[in-house]
Design a protein around this ligand. Structure first.
Ligand code: 5GP
Ligand code: ZN
Length: 136
């Protein structure tokens, strides 16, 4: 993708602060961190979102995320960590190259990764279970 900023960052055309890099992924510091150590896991090949990410990279992404999460915890002493991944404008995605946010959390840091809980009705539960079919 010619005009994709994360393609350019992941492939080194644009400099970034990288915590980790291998043939498939780069993990960089987010320029607008929600909390200290907020990092982005980015595949080197372009996929706009989770739907487009090849299965082998999806598998590897969670492993790299796990290792990075432990390194952030050990290095920064965070009290928790959010793994956030947005798909589509409606979900808050602003850069349309798949990425995972790793957001270290500290007690009372005020970083807002939350939602207002609704209520699951029996009707909605039945509707969802009848309409959504997951298979591997
Ligand atoms: P999204 O909203 O798409 O899930 O997240 C995009 C993230 O990319 C934001 O947290 C934003 O701060 C970060 N970001 C956007 N442009 C750049 C950039 O050029 N360099 C870095 N390191 N982060 C960026
Ligand atoms: Zn891209």
């Amino acid at each position: 993708m010619d005009n994709c900023i994360f393609c350019k960052i992941a492939n080194g055309e644009i400099p970034s602060a990288a915590l980790y890099e291998d043939d498939d992924f780069k993990v960089i510091l987010d320029l607008g961190p929600a909390a200290k150590g907020h990092s982005l896991l980015i595949p080197k090949s372009h996929a706009a979102n989770l739907y487009e990410l090849p299965d082998d990279l999806a598998q590897k992404a969670i492993l790299v995320a796990k290792k990075t999460a432990a390194a952030l915890r050990d290095g920064l002493g965070c009290d928790g960590l959010n793994l956030v991944q947005n798909n589509g404008e409606a979900a808050g995605q602003t850069v349309f190259h798949f990425h995972m946010h790793l957001i270290p959390r500290y007690k009372n840091d005020g970083a807002g990764v939350s939602w207002k809980p609704g209520k699951l009705t029996d009707e909605e539960k039945e509707e969802i279970l009848s309409r959504v079919k997951v298979s591997l």
